[in-house]
Structure formats: C-alpha cells, structure tokens
Design a binder for this molecule. Structure first.
Ligand code: ADP
Length: 394
C-alpha cells in the first residue's frame, strides 16, 4: 500500500492523517498537542481511537509519539507504506505558486517567511525539520495555502499605500485557505459535471477561519483574506475588516501592537460580539432571542453578502455559489440568510434541499435557479495528499 502522510503542524501541535495515495482514502488520523509543555497528549484514530498523556518536548518527539501510536495499533513504521509526506504551509508569499519539494533551501525559505506569518510558519518549520529527520528516506512536499491565490491580478493584490514601504515590508494581499478553495471548486465542478475551466464560482469557506474566493475558470482572481488571515469576513475570534484608523486610535489610547494583535485575532469576531466564538453556541443563543447573538449573526451575514456582491462583479456573474467548512456545510439557517432576497441575482434556494443534512456534495438551489448554489464538504488533507502525490509521481 502506498500512503501519503499529511502533516498540519503548529508551534505546539501536529495534526496528521495517513491517506492512501491513489484513492485518497483516509487510513488513520491524529493530533499531538501541548508540544513543549510538561505534559503533552496524543489522540490517535486508526481502527480504534486511543488517547495517551506523555511528555512531548519537541516536534521530533511528536513524530516519535505518532509512530508509537501506530505501533500500539500493530503497525510498525515500515508497515505504514509512507511514500511521501505533505506538509501544509500557511504562508508561501510571492515565492511559491505550486507544491514544492522540500530541500534545505526551501525549508529555510519557509522559516524566513515567518516574518509574514508569525503564528504559523515557525511551527511549520519546526515540524518540517523534525519530519525530515525522522523520515529521511521519503520525499517531503510543502503545500501552500497562499499558492492558489498567486493568480490574482495586481489590482486585487495591491494595497494603495506608498509602494516603497509596501515593497520593503512585503505588504500586499496574499490570500489564504487556498487549498480548500481549490479542492472545493474542483469538486463543485465535478458535481455539476462540467470542467472547472468553464465555471465562474464563488466559494464561501465558513469555519472558525472564514474567507470568500472568486474562482474564475479554476483560477483565484480575488479573495477576502489579505496580507494575513485577519482581513475579510467575521470569524470565530477574528474581526475581519476593520477601519485601520481604529487600530491607530487604539494604539494612541495606549494599546501595544501585541495588545491589538490579541484583540483582533483572539478576542474579536463572534467571540468579541457574544462571548463565545463557536458558531453553534451563537446560533443557539440567537434562536433563544438573545440580541447580542442576533446582532453577531447579522454582522457576519452582512459581511459575507458584501463579498458576495463584490465577487459577482469581479467574476462578471457566477455559475455557482459554493458553501463549505464547519458553518457553511452544516448551518442551513446561515445559508438561507446569506442567500435571502437574491432572486434578482439568479439565486433561488430550495428550502427543503437546504434543510436536508447530508455529508456529500449537493445542490440547495432549485433546478431552475440560474446560479447553482451548492454545499461541498472541504477536505484540505485529501487535497494536500493529492498534490503531494502528483508532485512526487510527476
Ligand atoms: P476550522 O477553521 O477550525 O477548520 P471548521 O471548518 O471545523 O473550523 O468550523 C468550525 C465552526 O463550524 C465552528 O464555529 C462550529 O461551531 C461550526 N460548526 C461545526 N458543526 C456545526 C453544525 N453542525 N452546525 C453549525 N455550526 C457548526
């Protein structure tokens, strides 16, 4: 059996999935967390699940803990059939527009890009170094969240500030969630039975993190996230768009850059508006008539519709609007709110289809709706495995 190990690591955690290369079927998955703390933990799901507390001083120990978990399930390292390892990397900036084989130089470039992604790239780097040490004999591939958006035209990537300052600090729009937007737009096209290269799609990835993407015939031409994954939609704990003047105002009032970072990344969005960042809780509170929760959802919907309108224009009309990720796949009421009153745009939702839960790709618009509205589950790990396998077998 040929398997790709997909690694999605942060500075204190490693998420992994073992995926059969040719079929995309998931064999096992797990999470090592609290790396570097006195007591860490591994949750492993193979044929059965198990949970183990242990010290995981660093990422190398994290991969060893993963191998031990497989061994407890009767699978020694050499039985895992790992033919390649695909690493998710959030920030590839303007340097990486495709999956890239990891050698020493690429590994160091990912570390150097930490400046643009201080919350993400340092953890990826640590995991890549450790994984290359633990698995020296297989190819390692970096799959970037920014790569899919490298096709955005300059007018969509440029912030209107002094060009010299922008160039010196790498200030431009990169966009994120590219792996998800890519797999979802491809699967939506498959569902519709049409080549992705013929479709104008508007993909709404609504999870804890959230972003919209205008996908024009398979290429990203605009997206809501920018220099960092903070711009754009209202998220679980992130503000999305805010007047940059508000930041200046807060800093003049005495907040440090770290305070503002913490405010906008960790204590804003649904959490800031309601006290909880989990959409299910906010929805339940809104259903009970709690005004803060109702307002939070209204703000979230208003912002999504803002981008819906903008990207319809960017694309010159859309063939499909596609909902994905935790909220987009699971909450019919949110989808109904986003699409409400848009019949004039060609969006006609079938309420029964919208309400029918289903884990597969499906249509929630009426058969005569000019714009197909779909729910398509995202699967970033399967896409990383696919891109990794494609690269190593090319
Ligand atoms: P992440 O960005 O962490 O990958 P997910 O795509 O898993 O996030 O989405 C997490 C969000 O999806 C949470 O706000 C959660 O409340 C929401 N969610 C998950 N399941 C449901 C559900 N059945 N109904 C409504 N919201 C859901």
């Amino acid at each position: 059996m040929k398997n790709v190990l997909v690694v999605n690591a942060g500075s204190s955690s490693i998420k992994y999935q073992l995926i059969e290369a040719e079929t995309g079927i998931r064999q096992a998955s797990g999470l090592v967390e609290r790396i570097g703390e006195p007591q860490g933990r591994i949750l492993h799901r193979g044929e059965r699940s198990d949970e183990h507390e242990l010290a995981v001083p660093d990422h190398t120990a994290g991969f060893t803990a993963m191998l031990d978990a497989f061994a407890r399930h009767g699978l020694a390292a050499q039985d895992l059939g790992i033919v390649a390892i695909g690493h998710r990397v959030v920030q590839g900036a303007g340097e990486f527009s495709a999956p890239t084989l990891l050698d020493d130089r690429v590994t160091e470039r990912i570390n150097a890009l930490s400046e643009l992604a201080p919350l993400h790239n340092p953890g990826h780097y640590q995991a890549i170094v450790a994984a290359r040490e633990v698995f020296p004999d297989v190819p390692h591939v970096a799959v970037f969240d920014t790569a899919f958006h490298q096709t955005m035209p300059p007018q969509a990537t440029t912030y209107a500030i002094d060009t010299a300052v922008a160039a010196e600090h790498g200030i431009r729009r990169y966009g994120f969630h590219g792996i998800s937007h890519q797999v979802v737009s491809r699967r939506a096209a498959e569902f519709l039975g049409r080549p992705v290269t013929e479709l104008r799609q508007l993909v709404l990835h609504l999870g804890n993190g959230a972003s919209a993407c205008a996908v024009d015939r398979g290429r990203s031409v605009d997206t809501s996230m920018g220099l960092t994954p903070l711009e754009g939609l209202v998220m679980g704990t992130r503000s999305g768009n805010i007047d940059p003047g508000a930041l200046l105002h807060l800093m003049r009032a005495g907040l440090s850059p770290d305070d503002v970072d913490d405010l906008l990344n960790q204590r804003s969005g649904l959490l800031g508006l309601t006290g909880t960042g989990d959409f299910r809780d906010v929805r339940a509170a809104a259903d009970r008539g709690e005004p803060e929760a109702e307002l939070a959802i209204a703000v979230m919907v208003h912002r999504i519709r803002h981008y819906l309108g903008a990207f319809f224009v960017s694309l010159g009309g859309a063939d499909a609007v596609v909902f994905t990720a935790g909220v987009g796949e699971n909450n019919a009421a949110l989808r109904a709110d986003v699409c409400a009153g848009l019949e004039w745009l060609g969006i006609r939702i079938d309420p029964e289809r919208n309400a029918a839960p289903n884990g597969e790709a499906r249509r929630i618009s009426t058969d005569d709706s000019p714009v197909a509205v779909l729910v398509v589950p995202t699967d970033e790990e399967a896409e990383i495995a696919r891109q990794t396998w494609d690269l190593v077998t090319a």
